[in-house]
Design a protein around this ligand. Structure first.
Ligand code: MRU
Length: 467
């Protein structure tokens, strides 16, 4: 997007980089909206600080910065141990946005296949690709979301303004370019649609008031900043036609984790029949997690709640304390909006229901890897191993009577006896491991199928007793 008329991304390689390797530059988002300042990241530690101290923020941009963090580490030391340490350091910078882990795993996987002397180049190349991919994904979310806005606008009188409410900043500052929730708004505005954006202030860090408002201003999109509690009132009075927000992590059941306060907006939207959409790039989907309730929620320092910064009349940016001395503050960064409150997920592949079925339709390969078939497969194996082990352990004598009623030589009997004693224990180990994997995926399936070896063992004991 443009800053003062100049096309700008949120992260880029410094102009003095040589052969694609060098420092990385980002916008210091802590200084917005009062000053547009860029900052150079020279080292892994600087990249980690930029993420944890929120010089940059927003799930996709956190992922892109982490990728460059690995590249910076490889520039100074491309060894295996340096790669592992960089991965660990960056992974702990922020807990909620899954794009961080996604990007780190991508880089680690890519670099493990490359000899150390070529790792720096490969890391910078892959980080740049991740940035370009993010731009393409967000642009595509913009196109699909624009379709949604057009549908909603078509229900209004011709020429009437479409009012869209958004929370936090899921604009281009939160990504590499375009944004997720704001991309459809930019596409609609650029196409000449009359739109207006209600911008939630988004306490405590004010990403809405400081960043979303700044972005929309730069682009000329009509908007109004509101405090966080206004949305419900506006919805009750028909002044919001749709909501669209971003996400830091979406689980396979369609639950959406986003900036604290999103859930309350979704509840108000549901109560007032206002469509509630989520701009969702696929790297923000946690394919290993089934429910939003399992997502780790970041808790930041309470001073972000008790102290606010702002510009004085004479242009100074100052900090002021707004709470009584000694009052403690809690600072939860994110909340989870259950799938049932979400009208649709706007992804780069189209719009889908916020559900496992909806995601599976758009991303069939991803879910089949961990989906029901994989789950049943592992449980099936686990149950077979364990029941085989249990049956054999309990029934050595029965096996003899069934398969060698007339007796065999002493040597054969000895060999078979050793095998039937050892193999139940060998089989039980992978069997247990597979069952635990299955248990983590679905308790109900585990309980139902887990009954099988119990029933089978009881049946065997009963048969043996009758001999
Ligand atoms: O704490 P932040 O500013 O990193 O939180 C950002 C958000 O919650 C965004 O809505 C989310 O990352 C989606 S960004 C496209």
């Amino acid at each position: 997007m443009k800053v003062a008329g100049k096309h700008t991304r949120t992260i880029w390689l410094a102009a003095d980089a040589k052969d694609g390797i060098g420092a990385v530059e980002v916008i210091d988002q802590r200084k917005l909206p009062h000053a547009f300042v860029t900052v150079r990241l020279e080292t892994l530690d600087e990249a980690a600080t930029a993420i944890s101290d929120m010089w940059i923020r927003g799930a996709p941009l956190i992922g892109a910065t982490a990728a460059y963090g690995i590249a910076l580490a490889m520039r100074s030391d491309p060894s295996d141990s340096s790669l592992a340490a960089a991965y660990d350091i960056l992974l702990t910078t922020r807990p909620t946005a899954i794009n961080l882990k996604w990007a780190l795993e991508d880089l680690r996987h890519t670099l493990k296949q490359v000899p150390p002397e070529r790792r720096a180049q490969a890391a910078y190349r892959r980080a740049a690709e991740i940035c370009d991919e993010d731009v393409a994904i967000c642009s595509s979310i913009g196109d699909h979301g624009f379709g949604v806005i057009k549908e909603i606008a078509a229900r209004k009188k011709a020429g009437e303004v479409t009012n869209i409410l958004t929370h936090c900043n899921a604009g281009w500052l939160a990504t590499v370019d375009w944004g997720t929730a704001l991309a459809p708004i930019y596409k609609a505005f650029d196409a000449g649609m009359p739109i207006h954006v209600w911008v939630d202030e988004t306490r405590p860090r004010n990403q809405g008031a400081s960043l979303t408002a700044w972005e929309l201003n730069q682009h000329g999109v009509p908007h109004t900043v509101i405090v966080d509690n206004v949305g419900g009132h506006l919805m009750q009075h028909g002044r919001v036609d749709m909501c669209i927000v971003g996400t830091d992590r979406t689980t396979t059941n369609g639950d959406v984790c986003n900036k604290i306060g999103t859930y309350l907006k979704a509840l108000a939207a549901h109560d007032n029949n206002v469509p509630f959409y989520v701009g969702l790039p696929s790297p923000t989907i946690d394919w290993t997690m089934k429910s939003g309730m399992d997502i780790p929620i970041e808790e930041r320092d309470g001073t972000e709640v008790t102290v606010m910064s702002g510009r004085t009349k004479d242009g100074q940016v100052v900090e002021v304390t707004i709470t009584p001395e000694g009052s403690p503050a809690a600072n939860f960064g994110f909340d989870v909006t259950p799938a049932r409150l979400i009208t649709g997920l706007v992804t780069e592949r189209g719009v889908c229901a916020a559900s496992e079925a909806g995601l599976k339709k758009l991303f069939p390969g991803q879910l089949s890897a961990i989906g029901p078939s994989g789950r049943y497969w592992s449980l099936g194996f686990g149950v077979t191993y364990i029941s085989g082990a249990v049956l054999a352990g309990f029934n050595q004598e029965l096996i003899w009577e069934l398969f060698a009623p007339d007796g065999v030589s002493g040597q054969t009997r000895h060999l078979v006896s050793v095998l039937t004693t050892v193999y139940p224990h060998v089989l039980a180990v992978p069997g247990l491991a597979l069952l635990i994997a299955g248990l983590r995926m679905s308790r109900l399936v585990f309980i139902l199928t887990g009954l099988f070896p119990v029933v089978a063992t009881i049946a065997c004991l009963a048969i043996r007793a009758s001999y």
